[in-house]
Design a protein around this ligand. Structure first.
Ligand code: UD1
Ligand code: CA
Length: 476
């Protein structure tokens, strides 16, 4: 690639977000806006990336350093315009590096594609220009800087809305805010910018006319889908960009062989990975580092965050976090997988089951109405309906271990710490406080007593007593 420096502008206030969070840290598709821009920038393989920070920099700097540790941070103490921001950013670039091309981008354009930056740079360098604008034609150019051209169509400059004549306002070609510039020329041009304009700011856009005045080539690379350079200034725009981003992500996965039944209600974040023949049913949200294996079916109405779903698994009406679902396993409907759940291949976590820190091995099943916390359930075991793994004694958490091929009765309580051996069984309603050896049947309930005629004696005159009498019951 070429000899590139990228300056990312992230010093603006973002007051219209009305937020305690800095604007460029607001998330779209699971990633911060600046995170998306840095991902696009990284694809240029630049020699140096300078991020200009100002407002909210105590939040922005650590975030940028985490995403791109090699980035250079430049602090713009007062925001005096995009030209001023670039002066501050360029001051952080050593003289020896001031060669090749400088690209300036904003940190609030999450839809920006790396390919568009690459195309701008290629066009700029092929044209041997001093300045190239990434531009686009939009239906409503209000608020943008307009690209001015002469009668031959050659670019002559950019005029900001505030400074534009009525005639210039009618121009539909806008400056996206992303420029490529000759590095050696830029160093001499920045000190020549003035703030003698309607905003009283140093406009980076004035570099276009300056270069032309210097007798150098300038031009524009016109983008087809200029929406990718749109910034989010408030939460309405943020939501609109998030929808576009989601659509883009879904279309990419559909082209890779994923079925999405209802793209309107299906949300997949940028870092999620889906295999071929995955089916996403309506109302599914796949977040964070979620990975879904080949042929798995997820949804409807399922939210998975950082969950790994194995090939051929089925996850129905489920909320899951930081969990693993094995190949061919079944989850839901109405399951809650809390962090640390690991379901083995062919296993089952069924209806109204909550799990946490639980390893449920291959072929093991917890089919109905249960809480499984801090537990290990061995291969092929079956947990009876309505079972509670009582992991908390009010002070500390303890683990329960169930062996292989165990059958536990319905409505058991496992009072941890406790262990049930391989091939053991427990009776219905058991409260298991002590270990059950392999092959044993653990029982805890006392023998049943029937008080004959009790209903006739105590509930005489009720439908219950009449029914009993009709069935032959007597008071004795
Ligand atoms: C700018 C362009 C305009 C273009 C538009 C596209 C100029 C003079 N105008 O206008 O032609 O159509 O973007 O969105 O460049 N920033 C700083 N420090 C500052 C000022 C701005 O870091 O002192 C950052 C902002 O945080 C933002 C970016 O620069 O990320 C653009 O600034 P903004 O004020 O939004 O510029 P616009 O008025 O939109
Ligand atoms: Ca803007």
């Amino acid at each position: 690639m070429s000899d590139l420096t990228v300056i990312v502008l992230a010093a603006g206030g973002g007051t219209r977000m009305k937020s305690a969070t800095a604007k460029v840290l607001h998330r779209v598709g699971g990633r911060s806006m600046v995170g998306h821009v840095l991902a696009a920038v990284r694809s240029l393989e630049p020699r140096r990336v300078v991020v200009v920070v100002g407002h909210g920099r105590d939040q922005v700097v650590p975030h940028v350093q985490q995403l791109l540790p090699e980035a250079t941070i430049a602090v713009q103490e007062t925001q005096e315009g995009t030209g001023h921001a670039v002066m501050v950013g360029y001051a952080a670039v050593p003289d020896a590096e001031r060669r090749g091309t400088v690209v300036v981008a904003s940190a609030d354009t999450p839809l920006l594609r790396g390919e568009s930056l690459q195309a701008l740079v290629a066009d700029h360098e092929a044209g041997e220009r001093a300045v190239s604008i990434l531009s686009g034609v939009v239906p409503d150019p209000t608020g943008y800087g307009r690209v001015l051209r002469d009668a031959t169509g050659a670019v002559t400059g950019i005029v900001e809305q505030k400074d534009a004549t009525e005639e210039q306002c009618a121009v539909a070609e806008i400056n996206s805010g992303i420029l490529a510039m000759d590095a050696a020329w830029l160093g001499g041009a920045l000190p020549r910018l003035s703030n003698d304009n309607a905003a009283g700011e140093y406009y980076l856009t004035d570099t276009v006319a300056l270069a032309r005045g210097d007798g150098l080539a300038v031009g524009a690379h016109v983008l087809d889908d200029v929406i990718q350079t749109e910034g989010a200034n408030d939460r309405v725009q943020l939501a609109a960009l998030a929808r576009v981003m989601n659509q883009r992500v879904l279309e990419r996965w559909m082209r890779e062989g994923v079925s999405v039944l209802d793209p309107e209600t299906t949300w997949v974040e940028s870092d999620v990975v889906l295999a071929r023949d995955v089916t996403l049913l309506p109302g599914t949200q796949l977040l964070g580092a979620t990975v879904v294996g080949e042929g798995a079916v997820v949804g409807p109405d399922t939210t998975l965050e950082d969950v790994e779903v194995g090939a051929g698994a089925r996850v129905v009406r489920t909320h899951g976090q930081l969990s693993v679902v094995g190949e061919g396993a079944q989850v839901g409907p109405f399951a809650y997988l809390r962090p640390g759940t690991e379901l083995g291949a062919g296993g089952k976590i069924g209806t109204f089951v909550e799990t946490k820190n639980a390893r449920i091995r291959a072929g093991a099943k917890v089919p109905h109405l249960s809480y499984v916390g801090d537990a290990e359930i061995g291969e092929g075991s079956n947990i009876g309906a309505s079972t509670v793994f009582a992991n908390y004694d009010g002070v500390a958490k303890h683990r329960t271990t169930i062996g292989r091929h165990v059958r536990t009765g319905s409505k058991n309580t496992f009072v941890a710490p406790v262990a049930v051996g391989d091939g053991a069984a427990t009776g219905a309603g058991a409260v298991i406080r002590e270990d059950v050896p392999p092959g044993a049947l653990g029982l805890s309930a006392g023998p049943q007593r029937n008080l004959l005629g009790w209903v006739l004696r105590k509930r005489d005159g009720t439908a219950q007593a009449d029914a009993a009498r009709d069935a032959g019951a007597t008071e004795g």
